[in-house]
Structures are given as structure tokens and as C-alpha cells.
Design a protein around this ligand. Structure first.
Ligand code: DUC
Ligand code: ZN
Ligand code: ZN
Length: 489
């Protein structure tokens, strides 16, 4: 009788702190031996042949089976979204349960569970989107939901149907501080964008490329500065999502240097795309429209610098999948102006291959930084560490074996989402996750899926300040050394 359920032999095992050679043994869904030679046999044995074994990715920003504020449904449900994630080496996602105004948050959460439970093939938690912070929501629903494992919520400074006032943001931040939650902020100045968009469209400049003009850099810079000031007033932690812009990044860096608990995220589109990608005939450029928009080569360089120096803790996909048709990106067909387009680009499957190829292979970040940015820091920030985000005895056996030399030309036809296109069509990547394991189950192998619908499990997130590794001191986030010995939260 086999001693283990699964043994992987001869791997280069990488965590955020180092690399070790040898074997991995898994029993009952968790790692029971990591590194060195495992003596006993596994019911299933895999020879990694010296290839890398990396922690399964944790994607803490993706939109799955979510209706946008303009009423457009995502193209990916919890089946296609999680299958696509798995093929890209991601084994945990934290999508959003989105409140639209007038809705009870508790009801929203129930609906997302009903959607995800029967379909997800990998494990998932939920952030909340709070668009209606009424007295009932702030006083009753949110504190109870935080206790139940929904310990992070996104708020918006723009979009008519989602935007909170500064006063409301302070209410949400104060509650997060009191109850031990993390507030994620979409930081763009609403009136700047609205004013520019109005005048552009009025003068006939409605094509997708003007989306990048309306969403001006200074709109991101101003809102980032203001969001941080609000967090500072009430001494609450905050994470600025999907950052794209030089001045805003510098503002975050300065806030961190002052010791403020400000965290930040960026995404593949801000290292792979520029505003020029939106400049296509007709409304085709809509497929590259996301908010904030891609900027230019100098902004891409600033994003890489912030990934390298630890200003950004997390690299997420912001997978926002909308098909290129009237039910998706372009509600008025070829008459759609950028103001009416659904915002967002797909990326859940390519997130890790992009970071590996453009980051590690090109020498911009180390393997350890790759692991921290793609998995470990997500688990830490959202209270899932060390169950998720690392390869260590006792942690869930979520990992991928990577072929670092595999050359891939990106083709949407080879991906597994339901979007119909990828903004990265034709791009060359080097390095690919060839075998993907979730809680000890080999779910992707030789390009084939081997996971049952609904086999993913819900993860209740701990409050980040209680997410301490068993038996150890609270670790600092990788790259956050300027916070000295301060606990994470
Ligand atoms: N914000 C997101 O987080 N995703 C898609 C579009 C947006 O504005
Ligand atoms: Zn956003
Ligand atoms: Zn998003």
C-alpha cells in the first residue's frame, strides 16, 4: 500500500524565500514532505525531471459571473473562469460578490455561492463590492460578513452607479479598521473623467482610443493621493488596485516610506499593453479597453520598478471578461462610444505565464519575487496564508510544475475562457505550467483537464491580522522591509 497519495520526484521547489531540490509528498490534500528524498511510494508518482515546482497561483482580483454596474454579464461563469485559471497555473481565486445599490450584501453573497458552488473547479474566496454603505450595511451586514470570512471589500471612486463620496469612504475605512478588514480601492477621479468624456464625445471623439484620453493619468494620481489621505486620517490599511501610472505609484511608495499600511496591485495589461493598442479601426479597440487604461513605455517601466522594489505586493489578473458583441463590450455595436463600452480585459489564464516570461525570464524579477507576487502575498493579504500560497508541510498541496523553456505563441483558440479574443494574441511567451495540482488532485496534465465541476471549495478568509503562520512570528510581506518589525496589520 502506498505511503502517500502523490509523490513528485526531482523538482526544483521554489518558495518566496528560496529554492530547494528534491521530492514533494502529498497526503489527504496537504503537503507532508517537501525537499530531499521521499522514501515511501505514492499512489501516483510524477517525475518532474528537474523542472520547477511553484506554488499554485492565487488570483485575488478577477470578475467571474458578475454583472457590471451597466448591467453587462461577464462571459465567464464559475466553470469556464476556474478552468481557465487552472490551465494558467492558478489554483485559488478571490473574485467579487458585487452589491448593486439597493441590494442586501447578505443576499448578494448567497447568490454568488449558489453560482460558484456547483461549478468552480478550484478553491475560491470572495471579496465584497460595497456600492451602498447604508446604516444597515455598515452596522450589521458588514461586521457579520467579516466574521463569516469575507474580510476584504472593494470600493470605487468613479462610475456613477458605484462611486462612494469621501465621507462614505471614511465610514467604510473606519469600519474596516474596527472589524479587521482590508479595503481595496479603485482610485480614479470621477469628475475629471466624466468632464473629459463628455467633451470628447460631444466633439465626435468617441472611438475607443479616446478612452485612454478621458481616463487621464492625473485622474489616477489625484484619486490615489486622496484615497491614501483618507486611509491616513482613520489609520486604516488600504490596497490600491490595478495601478498603471507613474505619479500614483510614487505616491504609494512615499506613503509606504512613511510607515502607512498602504498596499498596491498591478496587472498584466499594465506591463504588456499601451494606449496605442486601443487605436484600431472602428470599435475594435474596445477589446483593449480597461480602467485605468494602459499608458506608455515609461509607465510600463515604472510598473516593473514597483514590482521589483516591493511597492506592489500583488500581481493580479483583473480578469474582466466581456465578449466583443452587443451583449458585451459594445452595447450599441459599431455606434458604441468609449463611454458606453464595458470596461476590462481578460487575463486569468495568462497572468502567471506573462509574469514568468516578461519578469523572470527577462531578469526583471527573481523567482522568489515571482512566487511572492503571484501567490504568497495574495494569501497573506487576504488571510489565507499558510493554507494557500506556499509549498510547505501542512499547507494545501496546490502547485504547478513549470516547463521554463516552453515557447508559446498566444492564441485565444488555445485558451479556456469564454471571451472569444485575447488582447495578447500573437505574443510570444517562454515558460508554461504543464501540470497543475489542487489539494493533491492533478487537475491539468498534458493539456487536459481532470477536475469535476463543483470540486472547488469555498475559503473563508481570516482577518489579515490573525493570519499568522502556525508557530512562527508574524512575517513581513516580501519586499516590505521598510515596515521594519511592524506586524502586517
Ligand atoms: N475596474 C476593475 O476592477 N475591473 C474592470 C473595470 C474596472 O473599472
Ligand atoms: Zn476597478
Ligand atoms: Zn477588476
Amino acid at each position: 500500500m502506498a505511503a502517500y497519495d502523490l509523490v513528485v520526484r526531482n523538482a526544483r521547489i521554489v518558495t518566496e524565500t528560496g529554492q530547494t531540490e528534491g521530492d514533494i509528498a502529498v497526503k489527504d490534500g496537504v503537503f507532508v514532505a517537501v525537499g530531499g528524498e521521499v522514501a515511501g511510494r505514492g499512489a501516483r508518482e510524477i517525475d518532474a525531471g528537474g523542472r520547477f515546482a511553484l506554488p499554485g497561483g492565487v488570483d485575488s482580483h478577477c470578475h467571474i459571473e458578475q454583472k457590471s454596474s451597466m448591467g453587462v454579464m461577464c462571459a465567464d461563469d464559475f466553470y469556464s473562469g476556474t478552468v481557465s485559471a487552472a490551465f494558467g497555473g492558478t489554483t485559488t481565486i478571490i473574485p467579487f460578490a458585487a452589491q448593486h445599490r439597493g441590494m442586501s450584501l447578505r443576499e448578494v453573497v448567497k447568490e454568488y455561492h449558489a453560482a460558484a458552488g456547483p461549478k468552480a473547479i478550484i478553491d475560491y474566496g470572495f471579496h465584497l463590492i460595497v456600492s451602498d454603505p447604508t446604516e444597515h450595511v455598515l452596522g450589521q451586514e458588514l461586521p457579520a460578513l467579516i466574521r463569516d470570512g469575507y474580510t476584504s471589500f472593494k470600493i470605487y471612486m468613479t462610475y456613477d452607479a458605484l462611486k462612494l463620496s469621501d465621507y462614505q469612504i471614511l465610514d467604510v475605512l473606519a469600519l474596516a479598521r474596527r472589524e479587521g478588514a482590508l479595503v481595496m480601492v479603485h482610485a480614479e477621479n470621477h469628475d475629471m473623467i466624466k468632464w473629459l468624456a463628455h467633451h470628447l464625445v460631444e466633439q465626435g471623439y468617441g472611438a475607443p482610443k479616446f478612452h485612454a484620453v478621458a481616463h487621464a493619468r492625473v485622474a489616477e494620481a489625484e484619486a490615489t493621493h486622496r484615497a491614501i489621505a483618507l486611509a491616513r486620517l482613520v489609520d486604516a490599511p488600504m490596497l490600491i488596485v490595478h495601478m498603471s501610472e507613474i505619479e500614483a505609484i510614487e505616491t504609494v511608495r512615499q506613503a509606504q516610506a512613511k510607515g502607512l499600511r498602504i498596499y498596491a496591485e498591478t496587472c498584466p495589461q499594465y506591463v504588456m499593453l499601451t494606449a496605442d493598442d486601443l487605436d484600431k479601426p472602428g470599435v475594435e479597440g474596445a477589446m483593449w479597453c480597461c480602467s485605468p487604461p494602459p499608458r506608455d513605455a515609461a509607465a510600463q517601466a515604472a510598473v516593473w520598478e514597483a514590482l521589483k522594489d516591493g511597492t506592489f505586493q500583488v500581481f493580479s489578473s483583473d480578469h474582466a471578461p466581456y465578449q466583443f458583441n452587443v451583449g458585451g463590450k459594445i452595447p450599441k455595436g459599431d455606434k458604441t462610444t468609449f463611454k458606453e463600452m464595458a470596461n476590462g480585459v481578460p487575463g486569468v489564464e495568462l497572468r502567471l505565464p506573462v509574469l514568468f516570461s516578461e519578469g523572470v525570464q527577462k531578469g526583471r524579477i527573481t523567482m522568489q519575487q515571482f512566487v511572492a507576487l503571484s501567490a504568497t502575498n495574495h494569501a497573506r493579504l487576504y488571510g489565507l496564508y499558510p493554507q494557500k500560497g506556499t509549498i510547505a508541510v501542512g499547507s494545501d498541496a496546490d502547485f504547478a510544475i513549470w516547463d521554463a523553456d516552453r515557447e508559446v505563441t498566444v492564441r485565444w483558440a488555445d485558451l479556456h475562457d469564454n471571451v472569444g479574443y485575447t488582447p495578447y494574441e500573437g505574443r510570444q511567451l517562454r515558460g508554461w505550467p504543464v501540470t497543475v495540482v489542487s489539494r493533491g488532485r492533478v487537475i491539468v496534465e498534458d493539456g487536459k483537464l481532470a477536475a469535476e465541476r463543483g470540486s472547488g471549495r469555498f475559503l473563508a478568509c481570516a482577518s489579515p491580522d490573525s493570519a499568522k503562520p502556525r508557530g512562527e512570528a508574524v512575517p513581513e510581506l516580501k519586499g516590505m522591509s521598510r515596515f521594519a518589525a511592524k506586524p502586517l496589520f
